[in-house]
Design a protein around this ligand. Structure first.
Ligand code: SF4
Length: 281
């Protein structure tokens, strides 16, 4: 779905402390994401702010951020880990033209002690390799599924899994710590242990340090988009997801986590179930 509205936004907030795993603060150069994945938990923030566009059609660039960060750099505690792109992709297509994320990284690098933890699905991040290598950092990406049909329906604008792995491989080659987020895990769609095993083996072969999983978050607004996509993906699953409550969702996921852990141990890669560390919906 093409983006319909892009706004250069002059707002007031710039970073906040976060409960996300292994991070102290999070910074998102953009609000909204023109990639528009049909399971994205950030749809919730669209709902909260009552944005009158469909998810994927609207994005705000926080144009004021570099200026505010430059003025307030000393507010980050010493050695803090700053997550970049926790709620929207910092290298989504508009970034190519705006270079907003790049400007933000440049400013953050004035503090040599800050660790930057960057998450993206777009190889455009390779443009900023110089800044990433100039201080403590790690880079991650998410691949929920290797299935072509899943990609076409649930994340049609995302580069292929192979492109995402290749991108991470470039960081491995440069000695940057890398991680793969195999998420969101959605029962009966992408929770097959054999696919997890294939993904983990690919990650291991490339030299990725850690794999994470997390369960799908059907927060307010998300399920509507998910169900629309499900209609195209496999309508026979609609009754199952209509009935699926949170308790059952978590129980199905937790059963899988035990198997995922055994697989990751066998392959010899660090595995972290991120669900207990993340916010609960
Ligand atoms: S790329 Fe990430 S932030 Fe953007 S829509 Fe997809 S899951 Fe959400």
């Amino acid at each position: 779905m093409p983006v319909k509205r892009r706004i250069r936004w002059e707002g007031s907030y710039y970073f906040h402390e976060t409960v996300l795993p292994e991070m102290d603060y999070s910074i998102n150069p953009y609000f909204g994401c023109e990639i528009g994945c049909r399971y994205c938990y950030s749809i919730y923030y669209f709902k909260v702010r009552k944005i009158g566009y469909r998810w994927g059609e609207y994005v705000e660039a926080k144009y004021y951020l570099p200026r505010l960060l430059a003025r307030n750099l000393n507010r980050f505690k010493r050695g803090a880990v700053i997550g970049i792109g926790t709620y929207s992709d910092p290298y989504q297509p508009w970034e190519k033209e705006l270079k907003l994320t790049r400007r933000i990284l440049k400013i953050l690098r004035r503090r040599r002690d800050l660790h930057l933890s960057i998450q993206t699905r777009y190889p455009l991040i390779l443009r900023d390799m110089d800044l990433i290598l100039s201080g403590p950092s790690d880079v991650g990406s998410s691949i929920p599924s290797l299935e072509k049909r899943f990609g076409e329906v649930f994340e049609p604008l995302v580069p292929s899994p192979e492109a995402r792995l290749k991108m991470l491989g470039r960081f491995v080659d440069e000695g940057v710590e890398t991680w793969l987020y195999i998420a969101p895990v959605i029962p009966r769609i992408n929770d097959d242990p054999s696919m997890f095993e294939e993904l983990v083996s690919m990650a291991k072969d490339i030299g990725i340090n850690t794999v994470y999983t997390d369960v799908v978050r059907f927060r307010i607004g998300v399920k509507k988009y998910f169900m629309e996509a499900l209609e195209r993906y496999d309508p026979s699953l609609i009754p199952f997801f209509k009935e699926l409550g949170r308790r059952e969702l978590y129980s199905l996921y937790n059963e899988r986590v035990k198997i995922f852990r055994e697989i990751a141990d066998r392959i010899g890669i660090k595995y972290i179930d991120a669900a207990p560390m993340m916010f609960r919906d």
